[in-house]
Design a binder for this molecule. Structure first.
Ligand code: 5RP
Length: 227
């Protein structure tokens, strides 16, 4: 029986093998945040001479890549990237996700929006029929924390401030439990529209394109639009 860490190791290695054939000396990769991505970065490190560098979704991932000699670029200096590789807290069968357990949701959404393909790397514990068991992270401008909380409560959620945590954007995170997320795209749009919300951890309007799922029987690859 593989442990969760071994499952993460396998999917991280599979993600490296997935992108390697496409790398050129000009390639910039988009790299997410989290414990699975940490392992992905470690697996990618030995191949750093095969591509130009990466744009990162967090200070944490930037530091880890820099330590391995992977050049980290500012997104403003990059025109595009073929892949954005990141984990998820939950992913449903339509490839909509809850992300932001590591608090990097806003930068994750920004970097992902520039990539041609979002490659989601998860172990099988992250696959769900319906999103929402994992409390939805919502990044807020600090002065709007209470007003946003009231509006989230009107949507049926129970917001709780993530204590002792400040995002890379100097903002705060509300963890929202109890939301009935029957239509993830609609819920994402509604929450994004609340004044004071920087972004919410639903990645449904633009979800994953490819999902690599680590199971006890190996890593499965699923594509949204198989060619
Ligand atoms: C960070 C994220 C991560 O992708 C998500 O929390 C999954 O992390 P892990 O790989 O540690 O389970 O969205 O903001």
């Amino acid at each position: 029986m593989l442990t969760q860490n071994e499952l993460k190791q396998n999917v991280a290695q599979a993600a490296v093998e997935y992108v390697l054939p496409f790398l050129t000396p000009d390639t910039i990769l988009g790299v997410g945040t989290g414990s699975t991505v940490d392992i992905f970065i470690d697996c990618l490190g030995p191949h750093r001479s095969r591509f130009r560098g990466a744009v990162s979704s967090s200070e944490r991932s930037s530091a880890r890549m820099a330590a391995l000699g992977i050049q980290v670029f500012d997104l403003n200096d990059v025109q595009g990237m073929p892949f954005y590789i990141d984990g998820a807290d939950e992913i449903d069968h339509g490839f909509s996700m809850i992300k932001g357990g590591g608090g990097a949701l806003t930068r994750e959404k920004i970097v992902a929006s520039v990539a041609d393909q979002f490659v989601c790397i998860v172990d099988e514990s992250k696959r769900v029929d319906c999103l929402g068991t994992f409390p939805l992270p919502v990044e807020v401008i600090p002065m709007a924390r209470e007003s946003v909380s009231r509006q989230l409560a009107q949507l049926g959620g129970k917001p709780a401030l993530r204590t002792d945590f400040v995002t890379d954007n100097d903002c705060q995170i509300l963890n929202v439990s109890g939301l009935a997320i029957s239509d993830p795209s609609q819920m994402e749009a509604r929450i994004n529209n609340i004044p004071g919300v920087v972004s919410c951890g639903l990645f449904a309007i633009a979800g994953a394109d490819v999902v690599l799922v680590s199971t006890q029987d190996g890593v499965l690859r699923m594509e949204k639009n198989p060619s």
